[in-house]
Design a protein around this ligand. Structure first.
Ligand SMILES: Nc1ncnc2c1ncn2[C@@H]1O[C@H](COP(=O)(O)OP(=O)(O)OP(=O)(O)O)[C@@H](O)[C@H]1O
Ligand SMILES: [Mg+2]
Length: 457
């Protein structure tokens, strides 16, 4: 049964309301703020009626508005219906501005009030349904990360597991594999998500500026230091600090960063105070840090500090099926953005996408699709528009036995057909010469969702 909470100090009205409404609803009563809070906490009613004149200000409106505010805070989804006196339309409207759902003027017409309450319950149910839907509609395991390969699924699982822990995390991968995307996902899935994500690219800032950029400086610390300036590390306090291209950090700063990671305090340039900073540190690099250590270009002790957990992102060519799926999502995205009527890839284009090595990984794929969406005159993107060579395709992966070979080929053809037809099951089944149920069974077997292929993130 739907639960309604009546917040009303007048005993007579309490009775009247309860009597009028208790047939269809579970009616709870509270005579003041404390009782109301208790009922909210225990019963979580979806709808509340709230008398504006509550003690200790029964003749005024201050307590009523206070209670409205508190309800909005502790139960933001609950619908609040204000009960106001006859001549107080102004306050009723003010309450609606503050987030009340509706109002009813005293003395009220029973049927009108019932109707308002019923509508509020209906709306609540509808919103609840939508909240559930949007919770379940994440097609990819991580926001913005499009993937179907087991390799990438494992990365996503790892990110989900590591994100909530405060461990310093090192993200490795070739250029354009999505290191920054994964770093942001680590932040988004952590308890620091509401705080800042501060990124600094160690390769993009000249050595002599990087130190003040990271640690900040006091006024007069050097010529040009006209005012006290907070560094990126301090700026990220409570949040996540993303040190991109850590492999390019100059030696002098490696020592200083190590000190920060050990002490968790910063000293601004020209300053004396040790300022405590609480940040989750995520680093990334496309460089081979082990090689750099062997060459003496990267400190071993720093490496062990930053690599409490290592997330290795595979290159796009090592993720079977991903290129076609990501390409499909990019096609939809850029065709919509640029208002181009392009709906799909030609068969040659898809096999070319699968065969190509993608040295620039997803960034290169994105650029190629963007460009092709602009250049393509037809309604399907050709291999030519992608500047990829059309040709015959065979399996690239070396399967160990016949069963593996068959499965790899089956998955490849499946992903290709689904990508080509934008996730349309009938068309893909037609193309492959199988029935729809067979196609569904195959998709299940290889954990492929048509929605993933249709419209990505
Ligand atoms: N799995 C994915 N799904 C969708 N988009 C992706 C995926 N991986 C990467 N991208 C996109 O590709 C682009 C490159 O990703 P990102 O900048 O994270 O890579 P990077 O590894 O940091 O590259 P670089 O080494 O060049 O800095 C971004 O636009 C990103 O949103
Ligand atoms: Mg990057």
């Amino acid at each position: 049964m739907n639960k309604l909470l009546i917040i009303e100090d007048d005993l007579g009205l309490q009775k009247q309301l309860k009597w009028a409404l208790a047939d269809d609803l579970k009616v709870l009563i509270a005579g003041n703020r404390n009782e109301a809070m208790k009922q909210l906490e225990v019963h979580m009613p979806s709808v509340v009626t709230l008398d504006l004149g509550l003690p200790p200000d029964a003749a005024g409106v201050t307590e009523g508005f206070e209670v409205l505010n508190v309800i909005r805070e502790v139960a933001p989804n609950t619908k609040v219906i204000m009960l106001t006196s006859n001549d107080d339309k102004e306050n009723a409207l003010r309450a609606i501005k503050l987030g009340a759902y509706d109002y009813c003027q005293k003395p009220f017409d029973e049927n009108a009030l019932k109707l308002i309450i019923q509508r509020a319950f209906n709306l609540y149910a509808l919103e609840e349904e939508n909240r559930k839907l949007s919770k379940n509609s994440r097609v990819s395991p991580l926001d913005g990360v499009i993937a179907t390969s087991t390799q990438m699924m494992n990365v996503c699982k790892m990110v989900e597991r590591v994100a909530p822990a405060d461990v310093t995390t090192l993200v490795l991968g070739e250029s354009g594999t999505g290191k920054e995307l994964i770093a942001r996902a680590l932040h988004q899935l952590s308890e620091r998500a509401k705080q800042r994500f501060v990124a600094i690219n160690c390769a993009a800032i000249p050595e002599n500026l990087l130190e003040s950029e990271l640690f900040g400086y006091e006024k007069g610390a050097f010529t040009g230091a006209v005012k006290q300036t907070i560094g990126k590390i301090e700026h990220a306090n409570q949040g996540t600090l993303f040190l991109d291209e850590i492999g390019d950090l100059p030696q002098s700063l490696q020592a200083k960063l190590l000190r920060f990671l050990q002490e968790r305090t910063v000293e601004r340039l020209g300053g004396r105070a040790e300022i405590p900073v609480d940040v989750r540190v995520v680093c990334a690099t496309h460089q081979d840090l082990k090689l750099k250590m062997d060459q003496g270009a990267f400190r071993k002790d720093l490496y062990y500090r930053v690599s409490e957990v290592v997330i290795d992102i595979p290159a796009l060519r090592e993720r079977p099926g991903d290129a076609a799926v990501i390409a499909r999502v990019f096609l939809d995205r850029y065709a919509a953005k640029m208002k181009r009527p392009i709906k799909c890839f030609t068969k040659e284009a898809i096999s070319a996408i699968e065969r190509y090595e993608w040295p620039g990984n997803i960034r290169e794929l994105e650029n190629k699709i963007k460009r092709a969406v602009i250049l393509e005159d037809g309604d399907a993107i050709s291999a030519e528009a992608l500047e990829l060579e059309a040709g015959n395709d065979l399996l690239e992966v070396e399967p160990a036995n016949l069963k593996q070979a068959k499965e790899a080929l089956e998955k490849q053809l499946l992903v290709r057909a689904l990508s080509q037809f934008g996730g349309n099951i009938s068309q893909a089944a037609g193309e492959l010469g199988v029935s729809r149920p067979t196609l569904y069974t195959m998709m299940k077997k290889y954990s492929i969702e048509s929605s993933v292929i249709k419209s990505g993130d």
